[in-house]
Design a protein around this ligand. Structure first.
Ligand SMILES: *Cc1c(COP(=O)(O)O)cnc(C)c1O
Length: 477
């Protein structure tokens, strides 16, 4: 299996050669040359597999440059009940991503937040940590991951890379801007290869420093600077697995169809659902949910993709979806336009200049229904009402992002016999303030995380100064 760029002007490469990089050299995103197909007979044999075995069955169709026994060992080490240990009472921790019915046979949550940082990004990031360590070891290389975070992604990266050989993480976060719980999650890590830098500024200042350092090609090469952002193909790939697992858990036979509702920001999670469907998984609909930042809802309703600037991006109570330019969306559009890279180049020529594109009146727009996407959006008031209603009706506490999903799921009833599975992307304890506002009580917290705010913290406070950050890195790699 080789990987090609959505812009068509980069050489096709095997999996391990694209694993550590970001964008393709031509500015596009990597995708497999073709999507492997799953036959009905194969799907039948997959139904009873454990999470790790299912992951092996799927990933070995996409990765042919890691010996199967090694890939199997990496997956067995990643998808264990010890790593995904925050399963709730009544769940079987061995499921890794348990399905919790809210209405039996009709509406369910797919729990993706039982990993170390209590958000779905752990599902892929934990595998990425093991894959990075493996490939760096094979090649005798080292990597210094530099990133900026306002919470979720940075902590998922740190928990994935902690203690890994040949990898260091330099993670910038805005000083004093994260919740005490988020700070404790990141800064209490004592692993020598995890370096937390609190920037005296906002998230955007931290992000600007990361961009400036990464744009210095000489520094980047000399200090082997890399990233783990959401366009990384391996992250999308790892996420395909739980659509299959969720499908099997929500159905009894492979004659049935399932629909998935996905709280979306950068389009990474739902892109994996799209690929699962392209592989042949019987998905009826992919229901995309946004918050007030509705660039994707607008596209699926109108055919217009109009990324917004920072000034038009709302700060919401589902902050991990506060995204106005969906970095993985180009992957879907590549498929929508019949995998014609010239068309993608033309469309993103506009996007990269800060513009928009409009597919109405093109043949591509007529193709859109065949991809089975529908969409909706949610507001802060909707989140509060949904968290309350789900708690009162079903006795289940959900987080703000999952609430965006449930709200939009309710607006898209499915035919009898088609369960609608909402992806639970975080646990409520991460967003305590909104839970208090919605329910008037504290969110549930896994017992193992009681009092983490009191643990000793390891963090250096620096100004958002590019030269100072470079010196800090240079002194520590
Ligand atoms: C990242 C994230 C999302 C959005 O996922 P995308 O892959 O960016 O669409 C939703 N909810 C939570 C809790 C997240 O951390």
């Amino acid at each position: 299996m080789r990987y090609i760029s959505t812009r068509g002007q980069s050489p096709a490469l095997p999996f391990c050669d694209i694993l550590l990089g970001g964008l393709a050299p031509d500015g596009g995103l990597y995708l497999p040359e073709t999507y492997p197909q799953v036959s009905p007979a194969e799907l039948e044999t997959w139904r009873g597999l454990s999470y790790a075995d299912l992951a092996f069955a799927i990933l070995s169709k996409y990765i042919d440059d890691i010996p199967p026994a090694d890939l199997k060992a990496l997956l067995d080490k990643t998808y264990t009940a010890d790593v995904y240990c925050f399963a709730r009472p009544g769940d079987d921790p061995a499921d890794i991503t348990p399905v919790r019915w809210l209405e039996k046979g009709r509406l369910a949550l797919l729990e993706l937040s039982n990993g170390p940082t209590l958000a779905f990004k752990d599902m892929a990031m934990q595998l990425l940590g093991n894959l990075f360590e493996y490939v760096l070891e094979q090649r005798g290389e080292t990597l210094n991951i530099l990133g900026a975070t306002s919470g979720d992604t940075g902590s998922a990266a740190e928990y994935a890379m902690r203690g890994k050989h040949n990898v260091k993480v330099f993670m910038l976060s805005p000083y004093g801007k994260m919740s005490p719980f988020q700070r404790a999650q990141m800064y209490s890590l004592q692993d020598a290869n995890i370096l937390n830098i609190a920037i005296t500024g906002m998230f955007d200042d931290a992000q600007d420093v990361v961009k400036a350092v990464s744009n210095d090609a000489e520094f980047k090469a000399k200090y082997k600077i890399g990233a783990v952002n959401s366009i990384n193909w391996a992250r999308v790939l790892a996420q395909i697995v739980y659509y299959f697992k969720g499908y099997f858990a929500a159905t009894e036979t492979n004659d049935q169809q399932v629909s998935f509702c996905v709280p979306s920001g950068n389009f990474g999670n739902i892109c994996a659902g799209h690929i699962a469907r392209q592989m042949g998984l019987p998905i009826a609909q992919l229901v995309l949910a946004t918050n007030e930042n509705d660039v994707l809802d607008e596209f699926f309703k109108t055919g217009v993709y109009r990324p917004r600037g920072a000034a038009e991006t709302h700060v919401t109570s589902s902050p991990s979806m506060d995204i106005s330019k969906a970095s993985n969306f180009e992957r879907f559009v590549f498929d929508l336009v019949g995998r014609d890279p010239a068309v993608v180049r033309e469309l993103w020529h506009k996007v990269d200049k800060g513009g928009a594109f409009d597919l109405r009146g093109t043949p591509y727009f007529d193709q859109l229904p065949s991809f089975a996407f529908v969409s909706g959006k949610s507001t802060h008031a909707d989140r509060l009402a949904t968290i309350k209603a789900v708690y009162e009706r079903y006795g289940v506490m959900i987080d703000t992002h999952t609430a965006d999903g449930v709200k939009v799921a309710w607006e898209h009833p499915q035919p009898a016999g088609v369960p609608l599975v909402v992806l639970e992307t975080a646990l409520p304890v991460k967003f305590a303030e909104t839970i208090r506002e919605a329910l008037g009580c504290e969110p549930e917290r896994p017992a193992a995380l009681a009092g983490i705010e009191a643990l000793p913290q390891r963090v250096d406070v620096l100004a958002p100064d590019v030269a100072a950050i470079k010196a800090y890195i240079a002194a520590r790699v």
